[in-house]
Design a protein around this ligand. Structure first.
Ligand SMILES: Cc1cc2nc3c(=O)[nH]c(=O)nc-3n(C[C@H](O)[C@H](O)[C@H](O)COP(=O)(O)OP(=O)(O)OC[C@H]3O[C@@H](n4cnc5c(N)ncnc54)[C@H](O)[C@@H]3O)c2cc1C
Length: 475
């Protein structure tokens, strides 16, 4: 019997995988395939930190297939060419996948579909990565929502969580020899220098680990989500974002377990948590309907905004040397762990775009290469939201004061102490504004401003005035 090719992309799991379930139901042997894309014109190729995650996630997925008596086939190159050749070699009559929604991926998949169909191959796409297809949730005029609240209200009115698809216990896997590549040949792990060493202490990629983490979050932490989610020193959020991005767990699984594993409690974190998944749906809807979102201002009035061009400031921000401890802690958390707390993402993004007046795209790019959860829809929307030029964005004049934000959301200074160790001996009174600390405290804490830790690269008050003026000029 000829095999069905099951092309894995951002769905590196067996549970609740609609393309896999459909392939199992068809009864033909399944050839699971992952293609590392090379030689394509994808403007947003895999970010550097994500290569580390992908390596381990693929390795876990392959282990799962080995236990089921098969393997994950790995290929490198142009998917169009690889699939075209593979269907001929194994005489496949069907190719299945779960849909992706990035502009490049939509274009690629359409092209490949047409091509395979012209070879007599049946291609089927499935909804495996979202609760709703972006074209399923529209306003009364039949167009895309531009504001989150009515969008999510509409989603909730349609949300009918059925039991998710279970993981097949047995699989009929294709085993004939196909020229396969080794995962190590993908060269996804960083070398010289290997800056991913800390990732191993913080993260455990793979479907099984995603399920464990979700269970732990739902059993112990979701009820305090509303209370704790804004405090970066506390483990108050789910930290599922890289698992969700790579599809090691589906959002349907999360919603199902959230709603059905116990009585769903509206007043606690459950509903707020659900609404964060709603933001993800909203970002995907925006990206689908406004495919230029990663590159261009959603609000075109911002096209005349006069951004600065200052490489030195950009480098200080990237390296966590701005002299504002909460910003620096965030940028160093990102570099050392491949992740950053949501509250801190907002603070550092506000600092880049409003204090330094650097274009949001520069921050977006840095996040793209350093975040393990880098996601075109969420990242572009997040940056545009903070910069004030996005859909339903934060008002431009809301300019975070990094000292007050630090004092409010890291009141003991523990988060700063963890990631900016040169300030760890300062008291909570000065840890967010070391330049105001008395000399004795600095000496006792072995802090030499301008030497062991920088002075602020820009004065908050002046930066605020400058940003407001720049905004006034485009209104
Ligand atoms: C400037 C900026 C850039 C961002 N870039 C990304 C990115 O590249 N990838 C990414 O997944 N998220 C991004 N976010 C959104 C958010 O910061 C992360 O999803 C969140 O911090 C991940 O941690 P968590 O899994 O513990 O989140 P939780 O609070 O546990 O939330 C659960 C899930 O909901 C989704 N989610 C939560 N908040 C948002 C949000 N504001 N927008 C969209 N989805 C959300 C994520 O999938 C997240 O894993 C960005 C936010 C900002 C302000």
């Amino acid at each position: 019997m000829t095999p069905i090719i099951l092309w894995f992309r951002k769905d590196l799991r067996l549970t609740d995988n609609p393309a896999l379930t459909a392939a199992v139901e068809d009864g033909a042997p399944i050839l699971p395939l992952y293609i590392l894309e090379e030689d394509t014109n994808n403007p947003w190729p895999l970010g550097n930190a994500q290569k580390w995650w992908l390596h381990h996630s693929l390795s876990q997925l392959n282990e799962t297939f080995l236990k089921l008596g098969g393997q994950l086939f790995l290929k490198r190159g142009n998917p169009q060419e690889i699939l075209g050749e593979l269907v001929k070699t194994v005489r496949a009559k069907e190719v299945y996948w779960n849909r992706c929604y990035e502009p490049y991926a939509l274009h690629r998949d359409n092209y490949i579909k047409e091509n395979l169909q012209s070879l007599g191959v049946r291609v089927k796409g499935f909804k495996g990565n979202l609760l709703f297809e972006p074209w399923e949730v529209l306003n009364k005029q039949g167009t895309a929502f531009k504001v989150y609240t009515p969008f999510w209200k509409e989603c909730l009115s349609k949300l009918d969580v059925q039991k998710t698809l279970s993981k097949p216990k047995k699989l009929n896997l294709y085993n004939a020899s196909v020229l396969n590549e080794n995962l190590s040949d993908f060269k996804l792990l960083p070398q010289n220098p290997d800056w991913s060493l800390n990732f191993y202490e913080v993260w455990q990629p793979g479907e099984m680990n995603a399920e464990k983490l979700l269970k732990e979050f739902l059993d112990h932490r979701v009820h305090e989500y509303t209370l704790k989610r804004d405090y970066p020193a506390i483990n108050g959020t789910s930290r599922l974002s890289p698992h969700i991005h790579f599809g090691e767990i589906s959002v349907r699984q999360i919603v199902e377990q959230l709603k059905f594993s116990k009585e769903f409690k509206k007043e606690t974190g459950d509903e707020v948590y659900l609404s964060e998944l709603g933001w993800r749906e909203f970002c995907y809807s925006l990206l689908y309907h406004f495919p230029e979102l990663p590159e261009r201002n959603f609000q075109i009035t911002f096209n005349d905004f006069s951004w600065e061009n200052n490489d030195a400031n950009l480098r200080d921000w990237q390296k966590g040397r701005t002299g504002y401890p909460i910003v620096d802690a965030g940028m160093r958390e990102l570099w050392t762990t491949g992740w950053m707390h949501n509250r801190i993402r907002m603070i550092v993004a506000s600092f880049l775009t409003k204090h330094l007046l650097l274009p949001w795209q520069q921050g977006e790019k840095w996040f793209w290469n350093t975040l393990l959860d880098a996601d075109l829809a969420n990242n572009a929307s997040g940056w545009q939201w903070v910069a004030g030029c996005g859909a339903d964005a934060a008002p431009y004049f809301r300019i975070f004061n990094p000292v007050l934000q630090g004092e409010k959301f890291d009141p003991e200074g523990d988060y700063v102490r963890r990631f900016v160790p040169e300030l760890r001996q300062l008291s909570k009174q000065y840890i967010h504004k070391p330049w105001l600390a008395p000399t004795e405290e600095l000496e006792k804490g072995e802090v030499v401003l301008g030497k062991t830790y920088p002075y602020p690269i820009i004065d908050h008050g002046k930066a605020r005035q400058r940003a407001l003026q720049a905004y006034k000029n485009i209104r």
